[in-house]
Design a protein around this ligand. Structure first.
Ligand code: ADP
Ligand code: MG
Length: 733
């Protein structure tokens, strides 16, 4: 995760985002930390030219780059200054320092062309081209006079079979070499701001680091041989002063040094502590008993056309235990597509009704709200259900609002319309929120505020790898539906090149003649909804030419009623091929659909492919999924699609997606500013995350108000990592 990716604003997507800089201000922050939160431009050596560059690298729209941001901008690695071999033997991709003679210059010439300035250099074993973009020829020639001997550091890469080095990190003569530190840190730089310049600033920033109390358990630090926070930052930014990080000759990317581990753990502990405090507050919050004698629940369960799976029964028990206690429930129900979350939600809501309360189920879209409503109605027995969406006509809406307020409705199902101000309940006991990712934490809270001590159940069909679940939902208790209802048949998944589109269309013709139903999902071209739409409409026109009236279309820009009508025609079998943009992604259930075609599958996230594929294979008939791709596929793209062919296990797919693409992509939060961590990396520090979770829970158990000596130090930690919203939960003291 780079700094730049984090700068894309701070839209809220999931809980645990108490990192809202706008709200923070200095406020209660201990003055001890003030020097670290001073603007970076107050450091010596930052003039009017450099200041904007620093802002671009580390600033956010709502706040300037601060000294702490510089300190947390860790180097990506270190360059060892000792000479390493010769041109012919230097390993590509690794930092090397070479002694060379300058052979020739090929300047970039005039005009608009982006041709770089190239310099050919050699030693006794071979030659290599140094490449400079956007640098005046005079400057390059001054650094590398023809015929001179120079020492260069950087990474060699192979380009078209030739060895080259783009923008060497260092070019020095004999005297310069002697003056170099043994190890120099290399930073992620930005245009106009070199790694060296950042290194100097980081040194200046280190000077501002106050003496901070130790917030980690000293015994734990000793056991793991970890340095103090200040020592760790020092080791990162001044590697030349630190003992060599690893044995001579070690290979691979920058290792998890004790310094890195220490800093990662600090950050993880801060986030887990914030979550643990939130969770503890929720649990302390007085709740109400939202379950009765079990009569309604038993009645509904008995009338279900199926027996609950073991996982469903377990989840229902866990939820009912929470409801029956007088603590506030905040629980996440995680279950893959088709695992049967709806029935679990219904039984939970029935419990609240038993206790004389109302329940609400909130879905992210109209279509889903409607479908939930219909399916719940079919199972709801004596419960009085009602649908409330933004599309209700005024008289209908008035009637619904009246009945809600008077208690004439037990369960209301709806969209965002549910948390509008005009909506009042007689007595809301339980709110169920489907598909967490589409709602922000604020909306969840808004719904919770519609009643007194409302219990909250969040349902998500996105399998979330354990590490991410801890990161983003650590304030919740979790129930997992890890077992599918019996009788599901596997979905045959195939990868097909778009070059074979004709064959695919011919096969579909045979399939619909045999009574099958087909989803055809059109590519996401990202950025522009219009482009997505054009692609879907083109495909629709093509298929329409082939199959006539049997083809329907549904997309995100259709008016709500048209969308529903298109879905309904497909569900009823009036249309047999439904061309869609990704609106069918979440939850829509047409058990008769058996074929899923996904065009440009390589452009979708794995989790999304998994969701889409889950739309078929819901009935008892054999189903298939065709992943159409446009070749040639890169290695990662191919690995991802093959993963889809290999397994239907959503959790495995999610773990793999995390490994291949990183956390931001998996949660779809990369653009949202939710990128979790600045120092920790979930792929390599996942083990620390679990330790931090346990540590945090223990701390909160023993010292819930953070008053002990360590507790007070931990407050500093929370402020340092800007998780201080959690401190407000502690109240005064
Ligand atoms: P989810 O919302 O988790 O994707 P649903 O609640 O929509 O899953 O359930 C998917 C389908 O499985 C529905 O048609 C539902 O009636 C059915 N179903 C749910 N639980 C069971 C069960 N225990 N046995 C058989 N079928 C079930
Ligand atoms: Mg569902």
């Amino acid at each position: 995760m780079t700094e730049n990716q984090r700068q894309d604003g701070e839209r809220e997507v999931a809980p645990a985002t108490d990192r809202r800089p706008a709200e923070q201000g200095p406020g209660l922050r201990p003055s001890l930390l003030d020097p670290l939160f001073a603007p970076a431009r107050t450091l010596p050596g930052i003039g009017p030219k450099m200041a904007p560059l620093i802002e671009r690298l580390l600033g956010l729209p709502e706040r300037p780059a601060r000294i702490v941001d510089l300190l947390f901008h860790l180097p990506q690695g270190g360059v060892a200054r000792q000479l390493r071999g010769s041109i012919s033997e230097a390993p590509p991709g690794e930092p090397v320092t070479l002694g060379v003679t300058v052979v020739s210059h090929r300047p970039s010439g005039f005009g608009m062309g982006k041709r770089p300035h190239r310099v050919l250099v050699e030693d006794s074993t071979g030659d290599i081209t140094l490449v400079f973009f956007g640098m005046p020829a005079a400057r390059v020639e001054k650094m590398l006079p023809l015929g001179s001997h120079r020492y260069i550091s950087g990474r060699i890469e192979l380009w078209d079979g030739h060895r080259q080095m783009v923008h060497p990190s260092r070019i020095v003569d004999e005297a310069g070499l002697a003056a170099l530190p043994a190890v120099e840190p290399i930073y992620g730089a930005t245009e106009g701001l070199t790694s060296r310049a950042i290194s100097k600033l980081a040194h200046a920033a280190l000077e501002r680091l106050p003496v901070l109390p130790e917030w980690q358990d000293p015994a734990w630090l000793a056991k793991n041989a970890l340095p103090s926070f200040a020592e760790a930052l020092g080791a990162e930014h001044r590697p030349e002063d630190a003992p060599p990080p690893r044995p001579e000759g070690a290979e691979g990317p920058p290792p998890q040094t004790p310094a890195r581990r220490r800093l990662a753990y600090d950050e993880l502990l801060a986030s887990q502590l914030a979550l643990a405090l939130t969770r503890a507050r929720n649990r302390r919050a007085p709740g109400r008993v939202n379950a009765g004698d079990g009569r309604l629940k038993a009645q509904i369960e008995a009338a279900l056309p199926f027996a609950l799976t073991g996982a469903q029964a377990r989840a229902v028990e866990e939820i009912r235990d929470d409801l029956a206690s007088d603590r506030r429930m905040l629980r996440l129900l995680q279950g893959d597509v088709g695992s049967g979350k709806t029935a679990v939600a219904l039984l939970a809501m029935a419990s609240a009704v038993e206790a004389g309360r109302q329940a609400a189920l909130m879905a992210p879209t109209e279509i889903l709200a409607r479908q939930h409503y219909e399916r719940l109605s079919a199972m709801a027995g004596p419960l009085r259900l009602r649908l409330l969406t933004g599309r209700d006509r005024a008289p209908e809406r008035r009637a619904t609002l009246g009945d809600l307020a008077e208690g004439g409705i037990d369960i209301v199902v709806g969209t965002h319309a549910l948390f509008q101000e005009s909506v009042a309940f007689r007595d809301l006991g339980l709110a169920v929120v489907d598909e967490q990712h589409r709602f922000g934490v604020h909306q969840r809270l808004a719904l919770g505020a519609k009643g007194e001590a409302v219990d909250i159940l969040v349902m998500t069909a996105t399998p979330i790898p354990r590490t991410l679940a801890l990161t983003f939902f650590g304030d919740m208790d979790v129930s997992v539906l890890d077992e599918k209802p019996a009788g599901r048949r596997p979905i045959a998944t195939r990868l097909v090149s778009t070059e074979r589109l004709d064959e695919v269309v011919a096969a579909l013709g045979r399939a619909i003649a045999a009574g099958e139903r087909v989803y055809w999902i059109c590519p996401m071209v990202a950025e522009s909804e219009f482009v997505d739409l054009a692609a879907a409409e083109d495909r629709y026109a093509d298929l329409r030419q082939e199959f006539g009236e049997a083809v329907g279309l549904v997309h995100g820009r259709m008016a709500g009623p048209d969308k529903d009508a298109a879905m309904e025609r497909f569900a009823a079998g009036e249309t047999r091929i439904l061309v869609a943009t990704t609106v069918v992604e979440v939850g829509v259930d047409v058990p008769e659909a058996t074929i899923m075609v996904i065009e440009h599958a390589e452009r979708f996230g794995l989790a999304q492919l998994h969701q889409l594929r889950g739309r078929v294979g819901r009935g008892s008939r054999a189903s298939s999924c065709l992943l159409l791709y446009r070749g040639p596929l890169g290695q990662v793209a191919r690995a991802r699609l093959e993963m889809m062919r290999e397994t239907e296990d959503g959790f495995r797919i999610a773990e793999e997606d995390l490994r291949l693409r990183g956390e931001g992509e998996v949660l779809g939060t990369r653009q949202s500013g939710l990128a979790a961590f600045r120092l920790a990396r979930l792929d390599s520090d996942g083990d620390l995350l679990e330790a931090a979770r346990d540590d945090a829970r223990m701390i909160v158990e023993r010292d819930p108000a953070l008053r002990s000596e360590r507790g007070r130090a931990l407050r500093v930690l929370l402020y340092l990592f800007e998780r201080d919203a959690a401190i407000r939960l502690l109240g005064a003291g």
